[in-house]
Write a protein that binds this ligand. Structure first.
Ligand code: GLC
Length: 421
């Protein structure tokens, strides 16, 4: 990463309030898309006004992988430039030494959140992040086009490939750029999420299991990767090999794809007043694989708010993190931005349900989502994930077949693990 962190920060920081005398200036890292800016910055600004602090918003890079690289540079320099950090669900064990224990500030309020997320964010007894929103991979489909071409919502990946091809072939008569299926296949953390869904849905496990054993070298995992490779250039554009979430959403929201794999945030943006596909969107669980152990699967994602240990204003930063993760703000973010709450009671809230029917209809997708092996591999998770996405990318690019790729990956993971994670 050759972008200077400070320069990047200066370029995107937006002062929200005039500096009050003796007040703190708190920088919070929000997400990267238009909704993140609106549904994070706006509420942080309210907190600043109420408490006499100035809030600056930092917009991180779009990819989780790039965000982590920037954060690590920052931590190495003991920089307190960003006070409140949004951290990915797979990071607590990786950056644990640089975050404040929030227990002193939370006063037990974490008990209102999903226990599994609180457990994920608790390392060595320290609460390193307040749950902010949770995620699981979903299948978005064009209700109108499925009806027009007589295609049913796919139950298996084979169904999806057949249905996507049928719609794509027909739509290309009038729109030569139309795509059957778009997803995330750039070499980054997002591909780890997509490829874990393929592998797990074929009964091929979770790369490394809960005990820390490397499980990826198995026929079902190989078959899953081969199935995904068969989509490239047939139902998905070659360019998908360089797509992140927002690239896929761009194609989808322009009305140029029949199916998309993405996270819940894509719902509210697709339903916006100026969206060409408003009211044409269906949401379903991702399809199942085929063969022994096949099932529907979604990767668990999500983000937490943490306080940087090097912040000059830890108390104010912790107060902002708690405010932003409160039920009041989570409800507003769910209704306006379709960010899944981390507070179970909000799933019974009528406004949340009305704005996001899928959150209730697909509740079991969220509660049964497959975790990436971050807890088992601890500090080494980023290397494990990179080895996995590289292997998946090689198969998608047809540099390797699934069987050879999972065998080579097993060797790579053994050399990362050595005696233990
Ligand atoms: C989403 C998920 C996050 C995941 C990332 C990958 O932001 O919430 O957990 O790592 O996508 O691109």
């Amino acid at each position: 990463m050759n972008i200077s962190f400070k320069a990047a920060l200066a370029a995107v920081a937006i002062p929200f309030a005039m500096t009050a005398v003796n007040a703190a200036t708190i920088t919070i890292s929000c997400g990267n898309n238009a909704a993140d800016v609106e549904f994070c910055g706006k509420f942080a600004e309210d907190w600043g006004k109420k408490n006499g602090h100035t809030v600056k918003m930092y917009t991180p890079p779009a990819s989780s992988t790039d965000q982590l690289a920037l954060l690590r540079q920052q931590f190495a320099a003991k920089s307190g430039d960003i006070d409140v950090l949004m951290i990915d669900v797979v990071w607590p064990g990786v950056i644990k030494d640089h975050l404040v224990d929030l227990k002193k500030y939370s006063k037990g309020v974490e008990k209102d959140h999903f226990p599994a997320i609180v457990a994920n964010n608790t390392v060595d007894g320290k609460l390193l992040g307040m749950p902010w929103f949770t995620d699981a991979g979903l299948l978005f489909y064009r209700k109108d086009l499925l009806a027009k071409h007589g295609v049913k919502v796919p139950q298996t990946w084979d169904d999806l490939a057949t249905g996507a091809k049928k719609i794509q072939d027909a739509e290309r008569a009038t729109d030569k750029d139309f795509q059957g299926f778009v997803f995330q296949a750039k070499a980054y953390e997002g591909l780890t999420c997509d490829a874990l869904e393929w592998v797990y849905s074929f009964g091929g496990g979770t790369i490394v299991d809960g005990k820390g054993d490397i499980t990826i070298n198995n026929p079902q995992a190989a078959k899953a990767l081969d199935a995904a490779a068969s989509w490239i250039g047939t139902i998905a554009p070659q360019g998908v090999l360089n797509y992140g979430e927002e690239d896929a959403r761009g194609v989808w929201q322009n009305g140029k794809a029949a199916f998309m794999r993405n996270w819940p945030y894509a719902w509210s943006l697709g339903q916006a007043a100026d969206s060409p596909i408003k009211d044409k969107i269906g949401v379903a669980a991702l399809p199942a694989g085929t063969g022994p152990g096949a099932k529907k699967a979604a990767t668990l994602g999500g983000w937490q708010l943490a306080v940087n240990k090097y912040s000059k204003n830890v108390d104010a930063a912790a107060s902002l993190a708690l405010y932003m993760s409160s039920a009041e703000i989570q409800k507003k973010r769910a209704v306006g931005g379709s960010y899944n709450p981390t507070i179970p009671s909000l799933y019974k809230d009528a406004d949340v349900a009305k704005a996001n029917p899928f959150m209730i209809e697909l509740l079991d997708v969220f509660t049964n989502a497959a975790a990436r092996p971050a807890t088992a591999t601890g500090l080494k998770y980023p290397e494990v994930s990179q080895a996995f996405w590289d292997a998946a990318h090689d198969v998608l690019e047809k540099k390797s077949d699934g069987t050879a790729a999972v065998k080579k990956l097993e060797g790579k993971l053994k050399s990362i693990k050595k005696a233990s994670w």
